[in-house]
Design a protein around this ligand. Structure first.
Ligand SMILES: Cc1ncc(COP(=O)(O)O)c(C=O)c1O
Length: 312
């Protein structure tokens, strides 16, 4: 009962629609709710270039859909989703539209009112703030109707022995002592990022991605996942080196080149299965990275196969 409290809007036979691009954190809660409520969890799939087609949007989101929850940018492929079309369709069928902005908010100018999403979430630790703090935006009219999902100090108006009334927004949802230092640090990070400016951030990441993809594409033993167009990769690129496990790649480029390369399945098992890849290497850039960083990375990638005894 505790889990389902406040989830009256999902009933047996209803549908929750997400995409195959999602991070586990935008899959597992919906699996839990779907099981508890006997609802159906449906996926929008991607084409060979990592894009969700309009046909997927139009056919998967139906009058049975109550929630659509979708990432802004894939943390594996770096590809942005067609958010506006998805949100528009969700609203046409009367569903709530939620956006996972963890990989979007740090990399691109985002206007939640223009998107018209009902909820938008992002994490501080992906945008120069410490761990343990993030932002959940929600439309006021919806938040006002929702009951609190956590009980504790600071979120009440009155408490009697047997009952309580709750504080107005946003305190209603903020039970307990808040992460004050985290909030102060996140504010400083947001101000700094705004000072740098999203036009610079997007330009710089695009410049670095262009070099990385051009150079990687010259190597015959490399597989790049998602679109071949560098403009489609928002600071993130997944690739594999033929015959070499990504964990070996990441250890070697770390040891020889001091490069932090992420290897594994990136908390996106369903996507990796869909891509027919057990794991990938993933580079991710931010605005402080330089062309020199990219060339240093490429130099190391060119050596990986020979480090392991292959005739390149
Ligand atoms: C797209 C995406 N969504 C959600 C998350 C989870 O964020 P957090 O670790 O702050 O819960 C991540 C990264 O971990 C992510 O890349």
């Amino acid at each position: 009962i505790a889990y389902t409290y406040g989830m009256e809007n999902i009933q047996e036979g209803d549908e929750i629609v997400i995409s195959i691009l999602e991070h586990h954190s935008n899959i597992l809660p919906w699996q839990m709710i779907a099981k508890l409520k006997k609802a159906t969890l449906k996926y929008m799939y991607i084409n060979d270039e990592g894009i969700i087609s309009d046909e997927e949007i139009q056919t998967k989101i139906t009058p049975k859909t109550k929630i659509v929850s979708i990432t802004q940018v894939s943390n594996v492929l770096g590809i942005a989703t067609p958010l506006k079309a998805i949100i528009k369709k969700a609203h046409e069928v009367g569903a709530i539209a939620i956006v996972d902005g963890a990989q979007g908010a740090p990399h691109m100018a985002t206007d939640v009112q223009d998107l018209d999403c009902d909820f938008y979430a992002f994490s501080g630790h992906k945008m120069l703030a410490p761990m343990g703090i993030g932002v959940l935006y929600g439309k006021k009219s919806i938040l006002e109707q929702m009951p609190p999902f956590l009980r504790g100090g600071e979120m009440i108006e009155t408490v009697s022995e047997q009952d309580a009334t709750f504080a107005p927004l946003p305190e209603k949802f903020e039970a307990g002592t808040p992460n004050v230092s985290g909030a102060i640090a996140l504010k400083a990070a947001i101000e700094y990022i705004n000072q740098v400016g999203f036009s610079y951030i997007e330009q710089q990441e695009e410049k670095l991605m262009k070099i990385a993809m051009e150079e990687l594409s010259k190597l015959p033993y490399i597989t790049i996942y998602g679109s071949p167009d560098y403009k489609k990769h928002k600071g993130v690129l997944s690739f594999n080196i033929q015959d070499i496990h990504p964990h070996d790649v990441s250890s070697l480029v770390d040891y020889h080149g001091n490069i932090a390369l992420r290897a594994g399945n990136h908390c996106a098992h369903p996507l990796l299965k869909y891509l027919n890849a057990q794991s990938t290497n993933r580079i991710s850039f931010y605005f402080y990275n330089t062309k020199e960083d990219v060339y240093q990375f490429i130099e190391q990638i060119k050596k990986v196969r020979s480090y392991l005894g292959y005739d390149v």
